[in-house]
Design a protein around this ligand. Sequence first.
Ligand SMILES: [Cu+2]
Length: 163
Amino acid sequence: MKTPHRILAFLWLLVTPMAMVQAEEHNHAGDIRVDNPWSRPTPPGTPVGVGYLTLHNTGDQTVTLTGADSPRAGHVSIHQTVMQNGVMRMQPLAEGLALASGATQVFKPHGHHLMLEQLNKPLLEGEQVPVTLQFGDGSTRVLQLQVRSLDAPEPMDHSGTEH
Ligand SMILES: [Cu+2]
């Protein structure tokens, strides 16, 4: 019976162009898996909020996170936290964050985080805050930070730092 072979051949024709397109999507937002994006509520008048998430590079090339923005903030920075003379300090990642193939980066309290600066209004518990991640090839990824309650461990203190 020939029909199954014809169907297979037809399917193969469908699959091949898709595979070719995928192969071209290297170093790209499409290679990045985003897990568990979340944030904290902010008190009224607080100009900055935070964004936490996990990035995983599922592709076979390094992907660089170069920036982020949000309609809820005037500016979004990528920060790391470093110990200097026993004091935790935040530093912007000026060169962006390079994720090697297979690498995972967790953004979490007292670690890497997105800094949402110049908030146009407080972040409220239960709110979904849209953030767009930008990557080295110009591709982008939109995600929603889930604003959790303050019951969990305290976020790092951002007071007294420059933004
Ligand atoms: Cu920060």
